[in-house]
Write a protein that binds this ligand. Structure first.
Ligand code: UDP
Length: 234
């Protein structure tokens, strides 16, 4: 697939056109940002690892009946994906308390929630991706009532599937962020699913194998991502 013009550059990825108007190339960078890009750095080969981990997770979810933008991995840093219109909403689902919910609500890190917590955030860096609810989504025309219902259903289902997938690899899925897109009138899962977007704790030990190692300077970042890659590749 011939790489065309750059369409978009984000914090961790670049999108390129292809000769097919319905397909784009998603290139994974080594750049890392945290706390609304106040903290910046690079993690050696993060892009390679996230590309491969995302491909594995998308393949698994697709096989379980979740529509995704994933088409195929092209090489170490690039995957071919369907061109979608990304909704300006980030969907977060939490099984165990960590990160912003601890700061915002005073719950203790590690608290296992009685049921998963689904949150929406407005995808807007100028305002620090603030927490919103479905009324904001409707009022601001970020999505329709039907789209919200579909996204909620997919997100709960994806959480069940991914929790089982990672539990089999001896990893606890603490929380993660999803992005959805519109493609031919359908809602499909898009973006990436990697240790940049999921919190993963080793079962039993609680060892953090995700971006919190970068956020909080815990060291051994590359090793943590590599370990997740090895586990999903088995
Ligand atoms: N997350 C993400 N991108 C964002 C915000 C959050 O991938 O822009 C992921 C994050 O990695 C974690 C989950 O969503 O797995 C919940 O994030 P939280 O709100 O706790 O983020 P924090 O404020 O700790 O960065």
């Amino acid at each position: 697939m011939e790489k065309g013009n750059q369409i978009y550059e984000g914090k961790a990825k670049i999108l390129y056109e292809t000769e097919d108007p319905n397909l784009v190339i998603q290139y994974f960078k080594d750049d890392a940002t945290a706390f609304n890009a106040q903290k910046k750095g690079t993690v050696a080969d993060k892009g390679v690892m996230n590309n491969k981990i995302s491909a594995k997770v998308f393949e698994f979810l697709q096989a379980e009946g979740i529509p995704t933008h994933f088409v195929e991995m092209l090489n170490e840093r690039e995957m071919l994906v369907k061109r979608v219109e990304i909704l300006q909403v980030e969907v977060i689902i939490r099984n165990i308390a960590a990160g912003s919910i601890c700061r915002n609500l005073g719950v203790k890190e590690g608290l296992k929630f009685y049921e998963p917590v689904l949150e929406f955030c407005y995808k807007n860096d100028d305002f620090g991706d603030p927490l919103i609810n479905s009324a904001h989504i409707l009022a601001m025309e970020l999505g329709t009532r039907e789209e919200i219902a579909i996204i909620e259903n997919y997100t709960y289902k994806i959480n069940e599937l991914m929790s089982r997938f990672f539990a089999n690899l001896n990893l606890d899925l603490v929380d993660f962020k999803l992005e959805f897109g519109r493609c031919n009138g359908e809602i499909v899962l898009a973006d990436e699913i990697s240790p940049d977007t999921c919190r993963l704790w080793e079962t039993g030990t609680g060892r953090k194998l995700d971006k919190d190692r970068f956020r909080h300077d815990l060291g051994n970042i590359e090793e943590a991502y590599q370990e997740v890659l090895e586990r999903v590749s088995k």
